[in-house]
Design a protein around this ligand. Structure first.
Ligand code: HEM
Length: 492
């Protein structure tokens, strides 16, 4: 629990707290960001919570996040330590959970090399191929939209990491989705008692069965990730020298980076873990937005027909991006309207700091609440309305990089998402092609009335996506379907 410091200023405001357990019993474990929204209205853009022994400061104004997590990033670039998921399940090597230091620096450098704006153009072929498969799946099995979104994201990042596609029902897909499900569960706040009471880590193995369980998960994850990167190595040795994927680049540079098999496996695997759910959630939020704000879909389709012709013969590709400003604005509005990680990823401070007259203790979890930033009336008028026009009025020139700007969905400072340029292009091609190909409409009940959908019906956790909702995905014309089926056949 926070104690009043003697020399420095006061702590940020906070709701009344219990003398022993702080705010632990008040903070809901589901849709925590909506609770943060209420607190920000009452206590302002910087407030404090004390949760199960952790000091937390929640930031709701991007200017504060840019100052603390950006300009003062030397102090706010760590992550809260997780004994179960970080130390044992990940052997202190999983990037998303790493404290600030040498291992993180090396892993981020490897990511940067593979994902900086200058090189992401190299992945366009993969993105066009996987988004074509998404259209094909939607056209042939429209009732399974949510699974197609999952597959699109998983297969794309898998392809990028290991240079091969995920089969529809292959063992790889199940195995990697299983690792992902474990990871999401085990890093959720409160998932393991030892992370609330780190003292429990002092217990010997016989009294701490959770430790063996976490180590077993590490071994299972490693078996899969080792196999995948070793397969890439074998392919390179068997003559596929031009294999274009993360794992291949990591093997190329191994002498320089000094990564061992385990490091290499984690770096490639991390791309998959961090990139899959976030991308899938964004596509699913888009589908829901189209049901709720159909006029924005129509406007995008008018723009697409003007640029590509209304005959359904030309599928949009990256070469059309600058001619489609409304589609780009719509993509940005999806990131704004429902960020995939609405609560924000926690950063962690190393030493005590002073900001706007407040003391922020060492070892404080600093959470940039993306939801509050995106629902600030003064920045985004009528924030609940999905309105791409808000990004067009600024009159900015459109570049691929600008898709990451104007919203905060990729976080802040030195821990900002290293996949952001790749991710925005994936989302752009996926969404633009869906808009070109389909009318995305509410499902109808037995009386032919639209079945309402509610964005509040969503999952909670580090990422959030809508719970399955009914919808109709209808090809815009037989010619559109013909083009999709024809192009898909040619791509096989
Ligand atoms: C729409 C898709 C995506 C969204 C919304 C998203 C969002 C985020 C956010 C909010 C963070 C935390 C930033 C912070 O701590 O301030 C993050 C971290 C991360 N993202 Fe993404 N991401 C997406 C896709 C991807 C992809 C495709 C990759 C890799 C290919 C990726 C790799 C990572 C990694 C490795 C981290 C951890 C960085 C660190 O801890 O230093 N992400 N992402």
């Amino acid at each position: 629990k926070l104690k009043r410091s003697t020399q420095t200023g006061q702590y940020p405001p906070s709701p009344p707290e219990h003398p022993l357990v702080g705010h632990t019993l008040q903070v809901p474990t589901i849709k925590t960001w909506r609770y943060f929204e209420k607190l920000a209205h009452k206590y302002g853009p910087i407030f404090r919570l004390s949760l199960a022994g952790d000091n937390i400061v929640v930031l709701s104004d991007p200017a504060d996040a840019e100052e603390l997590l950006g300009r003062r990033s030397h102090n706010y670039s760590s992550r809260p330590p997780l004994v179960y998921a970080g130390k044992y399940q990940s052997n202190n090597k999983r990037m998303v959970l790493l404290p600030y230091g040498e291992t993180l620096r090396k892993q981020r450098a490897a990511f940067h090399q593979m994902l900086q704006p200058r090189v992401v153009g190299g992945y366009e072929t993969i993105q066009e191929l996987e988004s074509l498969k998404l259209l094909h799946d939607m056209a042939t099995r429209p009732w399974d939209a949510s699974r197609h979104c999952q597959r699109f994201s998983a297969s794309l990042v898998f392809h990028l990491a290991y240079g091969k596609r995920l089969g529809d029902d292959g063992a790889d897909l199940d195995a990697v989705l299983n690792v992902l499900a474990n990871f999401v569960r085990d890093t959720y706040p409160g998932a393991h008692l030892v992370d609330t009471f780190p003292m429990l880590d002092l217990l010997p193995d016989v009294l701490a069965p959770w430790r063996q369980e976490a180590r077993r998960k590490h071994i299972t994850d490693m078996k899969l990730y080792n196999r995948l990167v070793l397969e890439v190595k074998a392919r390179m040795e068997n003559g596929e020298e031009d294999l274009e994927c993360f794992a291949a680049r990591l093997w190329d540079q191994q002498a320089k980076t000094g990564f061992d098999l385990e490091d290499l496996s984690y770096v490639a695997g991390t791309a998959f873990e961090a990139g899959t759910d976030t991308t899938a959630a964004t596509v699913q939020w888009f589908l829901m937005a189209m049901l709720l704000f159909p006029e924005t879909m129509r406007k995008a389709q008018v723009e697409l027909d003007r640029v590509l012709g209304a005959d359904g013969k030309t599928i949009p590709s990256f070469s059309h991006m600058t001619e489609l400003p409304y589609c780009a604005a719509l993509v940005k509005e999806v990131f704004r309207w429902h960020p995939a990680a609405p609560g924000g990823f926690p950063h962690y401070s190393d030493v005590e700091d002073e900001y706007k007259g407040y003391t922020i203790n060492a070892k404080t979890m600093v959470i940039p609440c993306l939801w509050n930033m995106h629902y600030d009336e003064s920045r985004y008028p009528s924030p609940r309305k999905f309105d791409p026009e808000r990004f067009l009025q600024a009159g900015e020139t459109l570049t691929q990089e600008s898709l990451t700007e104007g919203h905060y969905s990729f976080g802040f400072g030195r821990r900002r998402c290293p996949g952001q340029y790749m991710a925005t292009k994936t989302i752009w091609i996926g969404l633009t092609r869906l808009l070109w190909a389909f009318d995305i409409l509410p499902a109808l009940d037995e009386n032919k009335r639209p079945i309402p959908v509610d964005p509040d019906h969503c999952t909670s956790g580090m990422t959030s996506k809508p719970l399955d909702f009914p919808l109709r995905v209808i090809p815009r014309s037989p010619a559109h379907t013909q083009t999709i089926l024809g192009e898909f056949e040619r791509s096989r």
